[in-house]
Design a protein. Structure first.
Ligand SMILES: [Zn+2]
Length: 166
């Protein structure tokens, strides 16, 4: 089922919500959610989507950059390399690309969405960037929060001029 994606700035308050961990006994209940998240992400043409972007404030995100990955209760446990400015988009900011500082490689610890087993993976490049972006979402942070107040105001007015959210 394709869900609607929260958009900034009109859904800014909900996007600022900090997501809570998926409890150990609720993994059975997230199967449909995971399916819906992939369908919604593919429909919107993205490579990553966090639960909060469809209004579900659970610590979960999906990713597909040539391989489907699901991260439940993810934590970045190590960063590698210097932070570099990279072009970044967000399904909650359609049509917008901004420069955001990200590490080139990260280790992510998470739980498997089927077995709840703890796992760890090292992600590089686009996948590392995506994981940092999605985990920001779980903490209530979207790209505009990383911008200066002036740039943020400019972005909001640019989006309203495009007619998004009307
Ligand atoms: Zn995003």
């Amino acid at each position: 089922v394709i869900r609607s994606i929260l958009k900034w700035p009109q859904d800014g308050r909900r996007l600022h919500e900090k997501s809570v961990p998926v409890p150990g006994d609720e993994f059975e209940d997230i199967k449909e959610l995971v399916q819906d998240m992939f369908e919604t992400m593919y429909d919107a043409g993205g490579i990553g989507l966090a639960g909060i972007q469809i209004g579900v404030a659970l610590r979960i995100f999906v990713m597909d950059n040539h391989e489907q990955r699901v991260f439940v209760n993810p934590v970045i446990t190590a960063f590698f390399g210097k932070k570099e400015l990279k072009n970044e988009g967000c399904l909650s900011l359609p049509g917008i690309v901004e420069m955001v500082e990200r590490h080139e490689e990260v280790d992510v610890e998470y739980q498997d969405h089927v077995t709840a087993a703890k796992k760890k993976i090292r992600l590089k490049g686009i996948e590392a960037q995506c994981a940092q972006h999605e985990i920001d979402h779980l903490d209530g942070i979207t790209i505009p929060d990383k911008m200066s107040p002036l740039d943020r105001t400019r972005l909001a007015s640019k989006l309203s001029k495009k007619g998004i959210g009307i």
